[in-house]
Write a protein that binds this ligand. Structure first.
Ligand code: FNR
Length: 193
């Protein structure tokens, strides 16, 4: 059994440290997790005016989420919350309500900043949003990554053994979380029309 994980990178930066972190997490994940990025860059800004007829980018987003077993959010902190681009993507995915695309989906959040609190407040903010969207979040371990190029190569190789062990343990626990959630809440076919 392989679990399909869709991952979101909350940064649009071409030199994103969170993208490096995402690469690292994929490299350290258990073999039975299969990863696909769910892109957020080309989504228009959400408006209820679109509810009757979603644009292709938003349909693609909802289809991509419907084709995954779990979602992983790797995000920077912007002004003590999540970047607007990521919030916009979640707002799209949350419509139409009942169910949202994230209903009962196994989810994990993680992020990197260059500061000492390593996106703690952004993750707290994201957890509140995902909670309202009815995602089934992994609550432990938390991982607030204070990013240093001493610990990571750009290709996602983790060069610090302690960081490697920490990220490996995070992904191993996420895999267990996915299995636990899907055992009681199997994914329904939510492919949008
Ligand atoms: C930041 N940054 C930042 N860092 C932090 O620890 N807490 C914060 O609230 C903010 N706020 C913030 C707002 C905006 C608009 C920018 C552009 C940046 C710094 C941020 O962590 C840093 O730029 C990271 O490199 C962003 O991650 P990516 O884009 O490299 O993945």
């Amino acid at each position: 059994m392989t679990y399909r994980v869709g991952y979101f990178v909350g940064s649009l930066s071409s030199t994103s440290i969170n993208r490096i972190l995402a690469r690292a997490l994929i490299g350290l994940a258990p073999d039975d997790l299969e990863f696909t990025e769910i892109p957020i860059r080309d989504l228009p800004l959400y408006s209820p005016d679109y509810d009757a007829d979603f644009p292709p980018e938003a349909r693609a987003l909802k289809r991509a989420i419907s084709e995954t077993d779990a979602v992983l959010f790797v995000t920077p902190e912007y002004n003590r919350s999540i970047p607007g681009a990521l919030k916009n993507a979640i707002d799209w995915a949350s419509r139409p309500t009942r169910p949202t695309s994230f209903d009962h989906i196994p989810a994990a959040v993680i992020g990197a900043s260059r500061g000492p609190i390593g996106t703690a407040l952004a993750q707290q903010s994201l957890r509140g949003v995902l909670s309202f969207c009815n995602a089934r979040q992994m609550t432990a371990p938390e991982a607030y990554i204070s990013f240093s190029h001493d610990d990571f190569a750009d290709d996602g190789t983790v060069t610090d053994p302690q960081m490697e062990a920490r990220l490996r343990a995070f992904m191993a626990e996420f895999r267990e979380h996915i299995q636990r959630v899907l055992t009681v809440l199997p994914r329904q076919d939510q492919t949008p029309s």
